[in-house]
Design a protein around this ligand. Structure first.
Ligand code: MOS
Length: 704
């Protein structure tokens, strides 16, 4: 293990343990106003009238007519209104906000205000949607000829459900408009996303908007775009509040029903096989985007780029669509589109192998990409692909092949066991040209005369440990004790835009900029002087430029890799299944703090297992999300996986700090496929959907 990988006490450990860390809900409420959003009860409707309501003194409402700038939330394509105008597009679409000094009174008024709607036909099922927000096509080789010449063609459809981020701290913001400046702080991943959104909605120049991240109780992607929406709504209220702060903090039910979650998907794979080898894939991916586009374009891009999996396939045709439905807009969740397609491709490969009479792992191993091979988009896997070594590590930890053989031979009884394995990657950093064309990250280091150094960047610590790891990098280059390097929660008045905390980019991309800044500061160091150095992102020379119009080039500079095996036992009388063990090897390059990275790997792995099984979320026949509490949306905990073993396989990335690559999202991505491969063996059936419930397990075995 490298010196830098040795674990330290996290920078934010003490304040979180002693309670001094201030989350948005912890700020003293004297003099604050409270806001409550009134939302559409219909999946699609025309807003006819907001009935006049005699508000008590000190109370007011805001709606789209109060938006001083443009009534659009800047995300990617700005079709999300701050407050709905004529048409509401999903149950929960915000129409107005009630604001006033007493929270209970605000809630009462919000429940009494009458909005008259004219209901309109709504599209609730993605299969009925005729509106594609985005429709991408790309490919390579000659799939038509490959299909014509195939020995056999396989076709299957795979379906995945919602997944709710289930961060412990719900969404919340506090905004104040004073001295012609809008200041806002709250629970968020991306201060400059919020900054840009408020500037547009309020029609303010950038210097008149200030965004500060509060200590944040988890994000997992759920605080990537949604805080921009809530921030604009609260900012509009603050603009009217005569200098008083306005606070909106969601309750759990509101948070679960009305904020973004993972896109449900339908993927159809047609696969040509000749001489026992996959020669072509024709892939059609449909994501349910919900009522507005929010982040769907980029989530879909990552999903379809990953859709052929870790396999070398010469001929590919991919179509991906994000369809509009009148349901809650879906968005970022750890993995960002890739868990959906990795589930599909891994199950597809298992099913083809079974039909060919070959063990899935052996079949997959014959198709693995290697260093130097082309990617799905005509880029190159520039760096070593350590999957063969990682498979061997997982074999050793789990006894996969031996168990596989044993369970294949087992007689069917009430309790059945199965073991499955999945292989996957996660593209490290932004998809395509985002980093080069849009983010253009800037970081600074500020040294005070006393020799202490402060990191100036816009990364947010949302539990993943970035405060600690960035400080470790800078302290290491400057030979300073760790407590002489500080990193505060980002404040846009003080820090440059080093980009959002998304896409497993912070440590790899911003960490490397800070390492270079530290090297420069070291060479220019002057004792007892105040100094600032700056470093800007430059795309590495080896990268083949990516063009989104053609889906051509390196979608990612490098990849993180994963192999995981899962063992299950199913009670075929009740359908209940237990995970007996999960073993995984993860390559995220050099861990910049071993404990932090292993914690990330274990947590993501568990989220992936939950996604495949117990995390069931659905809309009812009116389009309303039914599972709106932690008692009917169950997430796994450590007791759900009695044996959990993670191995860090280190394949250093020469352009990441000390060899580090993107880490955060990787561990979740392929876990559903590993779990369901194990369930297939236990149940002797094919599985094409997640979440896979106890009822599903019963249904599959009832007739045997
Ligand atoms: Mo993310 S899922 O890139 O916040």
């Amino acid at each position: 293990m490298k010196e830098i990988s040795k674990s330290v006490i996290k920078k934010d450990h003490q304040p979180k343990i002693d309670g001094s860390a201030l989350y948005v809900g912890d700020y003293p409420q004297e003099g604050m106003l409270h806001g409550r959003i009134v939302r559409s009860p219909y999946a699609r409707a025309r807003v006819v009238e907001i009935k006049p309501y005699a508000l008590p003194e000190g109370y007011f409402t805001v709606d789209h007519r109060d938006v001083p700038g443009i009534n659009e939330v800047h995300i990617v394509k700005d079709d999300t209104p701050v407050y709905a105008e004529e048409i509401v597009e999903y149950i929960g679409d915000p129409v107005l906000m009630v604001v006033g000094p007493d929270e209970q009174e605000v809630l009462r008024i919000a429940s009494e205000i009458e909005v008259v709607y004219e209901q309109l036909p709504a599209v609730l099922n993605v299969r009925d949607s005729e509106t594609a927000f985005f429709d991408y096509n790309f490919g390579k080789g000659d799939p038509d000829t490959a299909f014509a010449e195939a020995d056999k063609v396989y076709e299957e459809e795979f379906e995945t459900g919602y997944q709710e981020q289930a961060y412990l701290e719900p969404q919340g913001m506090i905004a104040t408009f004073a001295d012609s400046k809008l200041s806002i702080h709250g629970s968020l991943q991306c201060p400059y996303y919020v900054h840009g959104a408020i500037a547009k909605a309020l029609g303010l120049t950038p210097d008149r908007v200030r965004v500060v991240q509060d200590v944040t109780g988890g994000g997992f992607g759920g605080k990537e775009a949604y805080p921009s929406i809530l921030a604009c709504q609260v900012a509009v209220a603050a603009y009217r509040a005569g200098g008083k702060p306005v606070r909106v903090i969601f309750d759990r039910r509101e948070d679960m029903e009305f904020t973004s979650k993972r896109h449900p998907s339908l993927s159809t794979y047609r696969v040509a096989v000749k001489d026992g080898r996959v020669t072509a894939m024709d892939i059609d991916v449909i994501f349910n985007a919900g009522g507005y586009t929010t982040l769907s374009a980029v989530v879909l891009q990552r999903g379809i780029i990953a859709s052929p999996g870790v396999y070398k396939v010469e001929n590919i045709r991919v179509r991906g669509r994000a369809m509009k439905t009148n349901t809650v807009p879906t968005g970022a969740y750890r993995g960002f589109g890739a868990p959906q397609t990795f589930f599909a491709v891994e199950m597809m490969m298992n099913h083809i192998a079974r039909d060919l009479g070959e063990e899935p792992l052996a079949f997959k191993q014959r198709h693995l990409v290697k260093q130097g091979d082309p990617t799905s988009t005509g880029g190159i896997y520039h760096f070593p692909v350590p999957l063969p070594e990682m498979i061997a590590e997982v074999e050793q930890m789990s006894g996969y092949s031996q168990k596989r053989t044993e369970y294949n031979a087992a007689k069917p009884g009430r309790y059945r066991r199965g073991v499955g394995i999945a292989l996957w990657f996660h593209g490290a950093g932004f998809t395509g040209s985002g980093e080069r064309d849009h983010i253009k990250a800037v970081t600074r280091l500020h040294k005070s005369a006393d020799g202490r150094v402060e990191i100036l960047a816009s990364q947010s610590d949302i539990g993943q440990g970035i405060k600690t790891t960035l400080c470790k990098i800078v302290a290491n280059e400057l030979n300073l004790p760790l407590d002489h390097v500080t990193y505060n929660n980002p404040d846009t008045d003080r820090v440059p835009d080093s980009g959002p905390t998304v896409a497993s980019r912070s440590l790899m991309t911003v960490g490397e900029l800070l390492r270079r800044a530290a090297i420069r500061l070291r060479s220019e160091w002057k004792d007892a002087e105040d100094q600032t150095v700056e470093e800007r992102f430059v795309e590495p020379d080896f990268v083949i430029p990516f063009y989104i119009e053609k889906f051509q080039g390196d979608a990612y500079p490098t990849y993180a890799w994963a192999v995981s095996a899962v063992e299950v036992e199913v009670d075929t009388l009740t359908g209940v299944n237990k995970v007996l063990g999960a073993w995984a090897s993860f390559d995220v390059g050099t861990p910049i703090d071993y404990n932090i990275v292993v914690g990330q790997m274990e947590g993501g792995l568990l989220q992936g297992l939950g996604y495949a099984s117990m995390e069931q979320m659905a809309a009812d026949q009116t389009g309303r999300i039914r599972n709106n509490s932690f008692s009917d949306y169950i997430i796994p905990t450590s007791v759900d996986v009695p044996v959990l073993q993670v191995k860090m396989h280190v394949e250093e990335y020469p352009l990441g700090p000390y060899g580090a690559k993107g880490a955060g999202e990787l561990p979740l991505v392929g876990m559903p496929a590993a779990y369901m491969a194990a369930m297939e063996q236990a149940l002797h059936q094919s599985i094409q959907h997640i979440p896979f419930s106890a009822e599903d397990a019963l249904f599959g075995t009832a007739h045997e």
